[in-house]
Design a protein around this ligand. Sequence first.
Ligand code: BGC
Length: 774
Amino acid sequence: MKKLLTFTVLLGAGLIVFGCKGDPTLPRDVKNYDDPLMQHEKEISGIISKMTLEEKVAMLHGKHMFTSEGVPSQGIADMVYADGPFGIREEMEPHSWNSLHLTTDSATFFPTGSALAATWSDGIAYLYGTGMAREARLRGKDMILGPAINIQRIPTGGRTYEYLSEDPYLSSVLSVAYTKGVQNNGVAVCVKHFALNNQETNRGSVNVIVSPRAMREIYLPPFEATVVEGNAFGVMSAYNKINGYWCAENYELLNSILRKDWGFKGMVISDWGGTHSTVESVVAGLNVEMPNSQYLGQALLDSVAAGAVSEDVIDERVREILRVRLAVDPVPENKANVEMTAKPEQAQIAYQVALQSIVLLKNEGSLLPIDLNKVKTIAVIGDNADKIMATGGVGAGVKALYEITPLAGLKNRIGDKAKIVYAQGYTSQQARGGFGGFGGGFGGFGRRGGATATPAKPDDTAKKLQDEAVKVAKSADMVLFIGGDNRSHETEGSDRRSMDLPYNQENVLEAVAKVNPNVVFIAVAGAPVDLNRVQACCPAIVQSWFNGTEGGNALADILTGESSPSGRLPFSYPFNLEDSPAYATGSFPQTDAPVNQDVFVSLVQEDSKAEEMLKGATGRGTALYSEDMLVGYRWFDTKQKPVMYPFGYGLGYSEIEYSDFAADKSEYRDGEVITVTLKAHNKGKYVQCDVPQVYVHRVDSKIEWPYKELKGFTKTVIYINPDPTDVEIKIPVESLKYWDEAKHDWVLEPGKIELLLAHDAGNVAGKVELRIEN
Ligand code: BGC
């Protein structure tokens, strides 16, 4: 049984949406996705019948670091992959990670996953996919290694910045739209990492133990939607184990769920170095071992010869690859990499994403937008004001053609309307673990189980930087403190040890706020950070992100009121890390195994540990998902734990009020769609993009549910108009089902439910009660 999603997407490349000045929810996508993968079955049978076993097996493993073989004897091109997911990665030598130093491979740096999710706009996600695909084509790529859509289970996750949300519905809507944007423009997606790669700590060996219900309702829906509705052509199996089996050889995951339940017709590739067996993998449904041939090369030929695996299975795996190969036109070699990848159209898309992603968390005394009639000197303080975020840390980065930093954006937009004075304030260059004497400890070594900071004298550089910051703050009318994390602090391959703001920045911030109370703190981060000390000294707080090529311009446009902020948090912001579910239940960090060197780092370094890791000899560590379905706001709501900022939260410069919340009927059955309507009133002076959210609360249920769950939302422009704007949101009854573990199926529970109209998970504005009948 399939669950359905409804959503709107933008049609057409080149269609630019002007933030809150236009409508991000434009026409529905009408393209018919009926199985483009199934158009060539006969032709594929013909191709396979002419192939030798050696040719077939040659397709099932990496040829180069980012390619796998086609069928050269029949003129069928290799598959060319591109990291993904937030910009087309630079060209590397075929068998190493060394750059080729081309002059044409500078790409657009798109805002990373959590930024995209903060737009809460499927239209924007569609545009994002379009832009990625256009640049992939210019580079001769067939498949983008993205979107990355694992649920953000822990606030400290190293790849939270790359993933979308803690909520499966929000993640699903955006991932489907991203996928359609990419695949409508001639490139395949490879949705990753399938599945339950929700932590970086020991990702190459950890065994995730999860209930079938939590798996089906929380962790798998974004993948299911991307496959079923987005018709994703590719899936990447994750590094970890689930319930005892590596994802790359997990029969239940790859065969029973992905291929049988969801009807997936495309190809599965392993994460880099994530294959651990020959027969088990190929039988379970893995198509390509990347990037090597340790298991699906000669070892596979030997296994066929020994009768351990039949050639029919090999044929099936080859067929699945050929379906994708024939659905995506290869870019002729003489057309790839002949012109610069990054194009102004894509920079415009990156700008739109960034503009709609920025979240205004606090604005006491309407400090924002900056009133340039009154504010004559602005102190911009912070390492992140002038830091590039396209690269850093482990994993895919983007060789960006350019990146507008916050400082550059402010200078561009403010020009001579005010004087900008800059001080770095703190530096991210210092070795981790210092500054104990400054009062806070910092970095990845915060409150929980980390190294205890020994009191030390603040070093001279830190003192000098802080003094300079205080000096410029004194001389200014207001301060924009641009702090947060960076791409080395939030990185693939490891999780943060705490949410603490790194590099001593809170001490500098407090010193600055003492001499100038008009401080706006801007958190440039892909994940939640600890804002407790920031709250106490800053009247205004903004969450920005690793926000791409045009990030600085977008931030400046929000801060100066050129556009009103319309981003909404894609995750909850806890007061303390210990409040969040995986920490509160003691299921993360795991203590049953030492932290291994990361599998990818080992692969890149090709050191002795790599061999051990790749063999999978060390299946270490168990992640017991004991919070079950209570991930993110589901936990905080159900356990009545307060949060600093709830999921879905974000202010604008105009206040929006809702009224007339209603459903079209009072009773619904399976297969029907609930249509809810409301009126949104703009009470302010700014045209405002707003995101009404509808959650479902079960009133008299016999089974356990989270207190409420997001089931519908829409991003809409609310113009300044005496008449309110009518908004409609559709919720398929199908999406209210739960996974019945005994029946092994989706089941609709009859009974009373409440639809909650909300500004965010913590602010319910209206209720409607309905009955669901079977
Ligand atoms: C990451 C993948 C990525 C691959 C290739 C792996 O370490 O987990 O997301 O696509 O490397 O760069």
